[in-house]
Design a protein around this ligand. Sequence first.
Ligand code: UDP
Length: 239
Amino acid sequence: MSVELLGFHIDNYTFEEAVIKAKSLIDGDKVTQVVTINPEMFEAAEKDPTFSGIIRDAEMVIPDGVGVKLALKLTGKDAARIPGVDFAKRLLKESALSNIPVAIIGSKEEVVTKAVENLKKEISGLNIVYFHNGYFDNDEEIYNELKQRSPKLILVALGSPRQEKFIYAAKSKLNPALMIGIGGSLDVWSGSVKRAPKIFQKLGLEWLYRTACQPSRFKRIFPTLPLFLIRVLSYKDKI
Ligand code: UDP
C-alpha cells in the first residue's frame, strides 16, 4: 500500500506493519534501503536528480514528521506518521530478540560512542558488531569494514542526503542488510539532544518544541515547509 506525493511513492503502513516489512527485508537476500522522508528531503530532491532517483529506488519510504502528513491531508490522502527515531529504536529491539548483528555509523565520535553505550544498557542482547563516527572521507574503507563484519541491520546518521547516498552506493558493495538513514537519532540516544515531552510528540508538534529550544532550526524549516506545501498544492492542480 502506498500513496503518491509530488511524484514519489510513500508507504502507507501502520507502525507495526512497517516493522514487519522491515524485518522481512532484514532477512532478505540483498541490501535494501529505508528512507524516512521529510519536507526538507522533498525540497532537496527537487534540485538533485540523483537524490530523487535514490528515493524512487528505495524499498521503503516512510513519512517522518508532521509536514509530510499535512501535505498528504491537503491532497486528500493519508499515511501514518512513523518517526524515524522510534522506528529505528524498535528495529534495534527486534534485532536483539533474534541476535541479528547491527552496525551504527554517524555523528561525532563522542556522540556515537555514548549512544552505543546507552543502547546496550537499554536493550539487552543487542549485538552491535561495528560502529564508526560520521566524519570520514574514505567511504570505501567503511564499506570494507562493514563487509567484514556482515551486519544485517545498518543505521546511518550522516544527515540528509549524504546518508541516503552512502546507503545507495552500499547496495552494490555489501552483504545483504537493511540500511536506514536515521538523521539526528544518535544525538537523541546519546542524550545530547532531548526529545520533546510526550504530549508534543503525540500532537505531532515535536518540531515546534525543538525549534523553540534551538531557534537556529527556524532557518532550516522556514521557508522550506511553506515552499513544500505550496508545491504540493500546485502539483495537485496539475493532475
Ligand atoms: N553528521 C555526520 N557527518 C556529517 C554530517 C552530519 O555524522 O558529515 C551527523 C551529525 O553529527 C548528526 C546527524 O548527522 O548527528 C544529523 O545531522 P543533521 O542534524 O545536520 O541532519 P538532519 O537530521 O537534518 O538530516
